[in-house]
Design a protein around this ligand. Sequence first.
Ligand code: SF4
Ligand code: SF4
Ligand code: SF4
Length: 344
Amino acid sequence: MTTAATETAIDEIHILWTSEGMSCDGDTVSMTASSLPSIEDVVLGLVPGLPKVHLHNKVLAPEVGEDFLTVFRQAAEDRLGPFILVVEGSIPNEQINGEGYWTSMGNDPLTGQPITLNQWIDRLAPKAWAVVAVGTCATYGGIHAMAGNPTGCMGLVDYLGRDFRSKGGLPIVNVPGCPVQPDNFMETLTWLLYQAAGRAPMIPLDDQFRPTWLFGKTVHEGCDRAGYYEQGDFAMDYNSPKCQVKIGCWGPVVNCNVPKRGWMGGIGGCPNVGGICIGCTMPGFPDKFMPFMDQPPGGAISAALMNIGYGRLIRKLRSITNRTVNKEPKWHHNRPELTSGYNP
Ligand code: SF4
Ligand code: SF4
Ligand code: SF4
């Protein structure tokens, strides 16, 4: 995806983070576990070259009520200065809300009526320097947008459109995951902050608006268990260290770096530690990956091919070679003769 780079350097910026969509606040909580960099380092100005950052997130803010809302109201009136809008949670369809509303943040002082999330997005998104969707709910609809839902909810690109461009000239930036991997979000935010400061080029995004360097590989390509898969050696229950494709892992077709990156401080990463990949980063999540613990359709074929043909043969040959290389050469001995092949 190509877009024009922004040109003006920003030295102070606000982050307006709303989780008033269909959200569990899980992405906010996840983000607090980041270390590359940590949110504390960014807010305290400890990362060289970034603009000064003011974070406004209801879970982390000391302010409540109207005090918390003040910056949102200022931004909606274009009186705040540059800001990045972060949206967490899926966007309900307020055109089908009957006589009520689905979700809101604060009230309109003139009417006393709730201001819906959708109204906030309508007011804030065009004024934001950049707009970021965090978590799979905000990016692609996620759990709340699954078949049979009553709210008609959707992701931010569905709501604002693929052609949306922020004030800074950026498309929506999607960082999916349920929840988002902490460092994936902070790394993306850090890129955007460097870009705002004029120190980074346009963030590279794929056709689903994901940072390319984070979502360009599959789970399978980074999985600790891939060696078992390649040898056709499969787990039949959840206590096994072997490849989990027969017990529900979708890793071969899912874009996610979590097995490589881990969850916190490099530790964890679903299949690496025994959790099947259920595709939580994907636009088709959850419906296209359900029922979660069944073998994926393509998994049966690929597992059979690996097990019956190539995998079984290679495993046999490797076990023979493994026994050979586990023995020292025969000229390592304590007899009174030299048998190493030395030939002066
Ligand atoms: Fe919660 Fe997952 Fe939705 Fe984030 S993506 S708000 S963690 S349900
Ligand atoms: Fe691939 Fe999943 Fe097996 Fe890992 S556990 S090797 S991701 S199929
Ligand atoms: Fe989600 Fe699969 Fe990535 Fe785990 S490995 S975070 S289940 S996409």
